[in-house]
Design a protein around this ligand. Sequence first.
Ligand code: FAD
Ligand code: FES
Ligand code: FES
Length: 1343
Amino acid sequence: MPDQWRSDELVFFVNGRKVIERDVDPEVTLLTFLRKNLGLTGTKDACGRGGCGACTVMVSRCDPVSKEIRHFSITACLVPICSLYGAAVTTVEGVGSMKTKLHPVQERIAKSHGTQCGFCTPGMVMSTYTLLRNHPQPSEEQLMEALGGNLCRCTGYRPILDGGKTFCTESNGCQQKGTGKCCLDQGEEDSSSRGRNGDISTELFTKDRFQPLDPTQELIFPPALLRMAENPEKRTLTFRGERVTWISPGTLKDLLELKTKYPEAPLVLGNTSLGPAMRSQGHFHPVLLSPARISELSIVSTTSEGLTIGAGCSLAQVKDILAERVSELPEEKTETYQALLKHLQSLAGQQIRNLASLGGHVMSRHCYSDLNPILAVGNATLNLISKEGMRQIPLNEHFLAGLPRADLKPEEILQSVYIPHSQKWEFVSAFRQGQCQQNALADVNAGMRVLFKEGTDTVHDLSVAYGGVGVATISAHRTCQQLQGRCWNELMLEEACRLLLDEVSLPGSAPGGRVEFKRTLVVSFFFKFYLEVLQKLKKLVRLSSDYLGSPEVSDLFLSALEDFPVTVPQGVQTYQRVAPCQPLQDPVGRPIMHLSGLKHTTGEAMFCGDIPRLDRELAMALVTSARAHAKIISIDFSKALKLPGVVDVITAKDIPGTNGAEDSKILAVDEVLCVGHIICAVVAETDVQAKRAIEKVKITYEDLEPIIFTVEDAIKHNSFLCPEKKLEQGNIEEAFGKVDQIIEGEVHIGGQEHFYMETQRVLVIPKRGDQELDIHVSTQDPAHVQKTVSSTLNIPINKITCHVKQVGGGFGGKIGRPAILGAIAAVGAIKTGHPIRLVLDREEDMLITGGRHPLFGKYKVGFMKDGRIEALDIECFINGGCTPEDSEAVAEFLLLKLENAYKIQNLRFRGRACMTNLASNTSFRGFGFPQGILVIESCITAVATKCGLLPEKVREKNMYKTVDKAIYKQEFNPEPLIRCWNECLDKSSFHSRRTQVEEFNKKNYWKKKGIAVIPMKFSVGFTATSYHQAAALVHIYTDGSVLVTQGGNELGQGIHTKILQVASRELKIPMSYIHISETSTATVPNTIATAASIGSDVNGRAVQDACQILLKRLEPIIKEHPEGTWEDWIKTAFEQSISLSATGFFRGYKAFMDWEKGEGEPFPYYIYGAACSEVEIDCLTGAHKKIRTDIVMEACSSLNPAIDVGQVEGAFIQGMGLYTTEELRYSPEGVLYSQGPDEYKIPTVTDVPGEFNVSLLPSSPNPLTIYSSKGLGESGVALGSSVFLAIADAVATARRDRDVAEDFPVESPATPEWVRMACADRFTEMIPRDDPKTFKPWSIPVA
Ligand SMILES: Cc1cc2nc3c(=O)[nH]c(=O)nc-3n(C[C@H](O)[C@H](O)[C@H](O)COP(=O)(O)OP(=O)(O)OC[C@H]3O[C@@H](n4cnc5c(N)ncnc54)[C@H](O)[C@@H]3O)c2cc1C
Ligand code: FES
Ligand code: FES
């Protein structure tokens, strides 16, 4: 082989084992390598672009200069395998395992109930583990920081933190601890009351039995790598792949030579900018240069004037370096460093900060860069180097805009960045506002610096730079020049705002949208800067006698200055203990750990995508529509078929049976109905080949009319998926005639993406001979997959077996869609005769699958002066998307649940599902109620405002109080509702906190607090008896072990754990005797979707039935040998030919609904609850901080309080996301912009309320359900609306202060944009507004 084609050996270690790769492909990431080449599937793939942390692993390197070993967490999905030369990688499998020894991190996260579906868990373990490798006794703040880049969609983070906190040094915790006001004190009170009552517990796990952390037991850094570090290879290493060559020079000289030879080749450092661009924007680079081994790029040096940081330093290192300088230097010299530190705190998550380099950050020149605006105003200089020598250029607006006169020559690289010290009379500040405070790209950020003439408040020099408001970081150069020589006062401020708005102009159609918000931030940030500088001047004046004086900041306005700190959530979870007389062995009612907890934390849990590659397996990728509504003129896949590895293309013509229903085809035939509509699928040898091939399929379209995206347009075009649904009681028209007042209002609620951490995936295995198929699928409804595949292939159901082991989160999103994907993959499997695996990546998943329905609601409410509501008329429209799916049912449930906890004599609810050209919306936890509750609660708030009453008073006045009938005439007793409400008011000290909030608001103009408490009546189950049926199959084997199979799927909600608790109680044997392997259509047929909060309940009943049958058969033997063991009895039973296998069946709860009459008994039972939330908002930026939430939920007799608390908390946090940060944004052409964690923000660990208390309220028995338990899977979502209402409460106060109308449009989510614009003030007034008719907006609202 000629030399230029030869590839070097890539040497690195994984979990202590040496890996030598001879033909490594530079395009392969560490994640792919671990999962596919090494079979280490513990590391998960959930987004592929560094945004979720599921793929976190630890990398250790020996610093060639200091010889220190550094451990850092990284996201494996962004790390090119070639960058690992000389590194040691530790994955979750290397930390500990169930087979060998668990690591304390794995043990504690599992036992503190920190896992539900377990898909995020290996990442959580690795982030915590890395923290402990660096800090064996971290602070709680360090733990928060370590977990900031890890998303979890199930748990709500509290239990994960609880597990992590067991390693922490005593934290400062809540400032109020010990005063009696802190939740922890309440917990202590509870423990003492436990002593008295003995029935209430606040402990979900015990720490005593945890094994200690012993740092000496950790994997050592491989000596071979130490040796490599001591004698670093100076030779250039080259790794050649099929399309890309990776070159890693050993010296700076070689790097510069190479950069001259390959001027277009990028330098790969962290790959956090290049990687995502190559993945999502199709950027391709045939040559990549890696400067990782060039020590000159990591040099840090200081002078008396400033600091020079090597371009190769990671942002995490930059943070440490700056922190050190700040601690060493006098404060006046560190203004720029402190501003940089402030942004480094919130920039991405820890893993990204560990990867991303300063050089990569600066050179990427992203318009959203958090550091560049500060570096620019701080007069930083770039030290460039090339073969020709070195030169310096200023890091200014010319450089940031990429202007030729400032730009780099192609052969130049950045060696280091010089950041000068600030000086006396110089002040630097940094500002940013994104969708949330942490780990979210900024909508707008800014760096601002002012230098005063010594001893005066006269501006000598001013620099202001903004990010997010243009294609690059921009400098307000003109404004700054014009303000030179001006005094720092209100007049200057006025002038500055006017000039800034003129200079930093944003067109109405600017990319990224949120134009008016951004304009407002431009001036709001400057106002904050103005105040900050005034404060600093005030401080300086105390030190300097020659200062001339400037205006003081009034105390009322001081609140503009502080940013919300990140707080470590604290809280108490309260539940009822089991009765002391309950046998110890009986697990029912105890906080048993999730059955798969340890498998989750060790990465041993096997998800669908973790099944090892099968012999002859092929990969499938989907071709989807780029148009919203169009005729397909032609599909040309000839080019795709010619690509290497491509086997076939599957179109509708290949479907042997039915192609779905007429109005919802599985594969599009001649018309597409939304962007993302599946048209055909490519089958290839590998997923990479299949993905490349879909790019080559050419579809020609002809647009069709109408194209409808919004509810408004659907109404205009009379475009609906179902007839109007209606419920009515009393005489609404007559009642409106008798009331004191009537108001009308509107509520707009955006949709929600399920964002289950495990994307949709399926593996179809054709069996030779009998046209049989085995399907492994991530679904909530395997029977539906089975049926759909059967009709698509036209083969009987009995030839198809679906297997579900565990699902990485579903939340309703894996009921309908897996059947479609399963059917397409099955067509491919039958056509090719090969096993087919179809795994959606995050972008595809978000594009193709719909989510929660956006809603537009109108209400008209008639009420008396005392707040009593006499008449309420609500009309709701939900945006159903392009096919019917579950939209009609969602519209029905929405109406059935809409009254929430209120008795209103005269009611009319109407609802319709609109048909639009968006992806079909579908089931989502809560099924219409989370939208409905916000409509009715907003209406109640509006009534309260009009009456001048507090909303909680109006709520109380209108609540159900005695046995009554719901609007559909089903009788119920609201006694638990009242108890939940009262307990919630009591536990949250609501009334005194309401007073404190009012006091706070009087004293603060720019920050406002809000508080809200809401009651909840949530109906559980489906509206038909047949949907509550369930079956089970229980086998006892001759060794006494028991295998249980039932119809419910493990989605993370702990159904398997609860089922084993049931079987254990019934059979009177320990849980360790019993096993659940999977849910399979071959063992339990005709199952119902695991949904509607009722899965554990009905399947538990079926298992109970089977166990009772078996026990009955064993009874004579037990009676005869009461002293015998379980094993003896089973042995005897076998010898006596007694069947040790039984099916159990539960016919289902009675439920029906007659929509003609508007009457029925649609629900088996209700869940009652109440939640109180308190928030603080920043009126200038729209940011908010969740201060505290208290939830009281009626649980009757919980089957497993740890699981139930977990469900309540997880659902609440998911709801909080719905109502605050999760915003789906669509282009005017119907393309979903929010296709990943960068654009779509689900709550992170830093979003959890600072104090979060959950109480499961014991109540009167519920004889209907298994052991009197209740299904708590969904109801908590709706309680998240208390956060929205608290934010709205704060906004209303701000508006009152500013004398603007108190009513404002209710639009969920309460994003910073909504909050800021609702807090109207002089800054919102001064921004230019565009006539909507004059421009095309970047995004459109669809509700
Ligand atoms: C999940 C996620 C969240 C993020 N959040 C934020 C955020 O909140 N705020 C924010 O500001 N940014 C954020 N970022 C962006 C991040 O800061 C940048 O991607 C990162 O700093 C780029 O550094 P890198 O080392 O990874 O660059 P790479 O991707 O390795 O390289 C980027 C570019 O820089 C060039 N380059 C690198 N080094 C040199 C050099 N020495 N000389 C010449 N050219 C060079 C390369 O040629 C390449 O073109 C986020 C990124 C991710 C993935
Ligand atoms: S999969 Fe790597 S961060 Fe999400
Ligand atoms: S347990 Fe965290 S995503 Fe499911």
